[in-house]
Design a protein around this ligand. Structure first.
Ligand code: IPE
Ligand code: IPE
Ligand code: MG
Length: 250
């Protein structure tokens, strides 16, 4: 079968793709299984998409793995997700190294169970010199939490005389965000058809192109990624300008 990859314009790839990996529970339910079965089957999608992005040469992939609000789920599901994170890190470290993937996180990771924190720190340290793509996991993350944390830190710095309030602009503010140094995502993918942002990267997605697919996350594969990128490449990103300004008739 022909792959959509052949239709991708390699000169117009996003540098940063963000994904709201949603639909694991519904995927499991459709199969008459427990929700955790969906989460376990989500690992293959993560592997496939990471590999796909790496092969295309996309530098940053940010995956929404666990939101601040997800702490309100049943304890058994949270425990299962945290255990899955640890076992996946241990299992996949070799592949991350082979593919030169550098692991990073955003979010309040100090809220994660100690075993999770330990293994994350270990995997981040192991992969710190890798020169390929950056795999950024959003864990215990929410956009509002991130913005408030940035505002807090900025207020401290103003109080300490490190910055003047009048100097605060977009680029100063961005330095205080968890994603400091990472370009805003050009493309945000959400699986499972929900038409919402669910408190993800609120600041960073100001001008991001959205791609929402009914495919449930455990079913998402490279070919779906290619479709999302292809869709992104069909769009005209105007950033407030007119189409005529972008395409002047010569
Ligand atoms: C996404 O799948 C994974 C996490 C939020 C951790 P869900 O668990 O939200 O699956 P649905 O939305 O209930 O199908
Ligand atoms: C968003 O999915 C969070 C992650 C994918 C980690 P949710 O399933 O938690 O989102 P809502 O609650 O349906 O908006
Ligand atoms: Mg969900």
């Amino acid at each position: 079968m022909a792959s959509l990859k052949e239709h991708i314009d390699f000169s117009n790839l996003p540098k940063h793709i963000a994904v709201i990996m949603d639909g694991n529970g519904r995927w499991a339910k459709k199969k008459g299984a427990m929700r955790i079965f969906g989460h376990r089957n989500a690992v293959q999608a993560v592997k496939d998409v990471t590999e796909g992005c790496g092969e295309l040469g996309i530098k940053y992939l940010t995956l929404y793995a666990f939101s601040t609000e997800n702490w309100n789920r049943p304890k058994a599901e949270i425990d299962g997700l945290m255990e899955l994170l640890v076992s996946t890190l241990k299992q996949e470290i070799g592949t991350l190294m082979e593919n030169q993937v550098k692991l990073a996180t955003i979010g309040e990771t100090s809220n994660l169970p100690p075993d999770c924190q330990k293994n994350l720190a270990w995997a981040i340290d192991q992969t710190k010199n890798n020169s390929g793509m950056i795999l950024n996991l959003a864990l215990s993350y929410s956009g509002r939490w991130e913005i408030l944390k940035a505002v807090n830190k900025m207020a401290e710095d103003v109080k300490a005389g490190k910055i003047n309030p009048g100097e605060i602009n977009e680029s100063v503010f961005e330095n205080y965000l968890q994603t400091s140094g990472i370009p805003d995502p050009e493309l945000l993918i959400r699986t499972s058809g929900e038409l919402r942002i669910s408190n993800f990267l609120l600041w960073q997605i100001a001008y991001t192109e959205l791609y929402i697919t009914p495919t449930l996350w455990p079913d998402f594969r490279k070919e779906h990624l290619y479709e999302a990128i292809w869709s992104y490449q069909q769009r005209e990103r105007r950033f407030g300008k007119t189409s005529e300004q972008l395409n002047p008739v010569s």
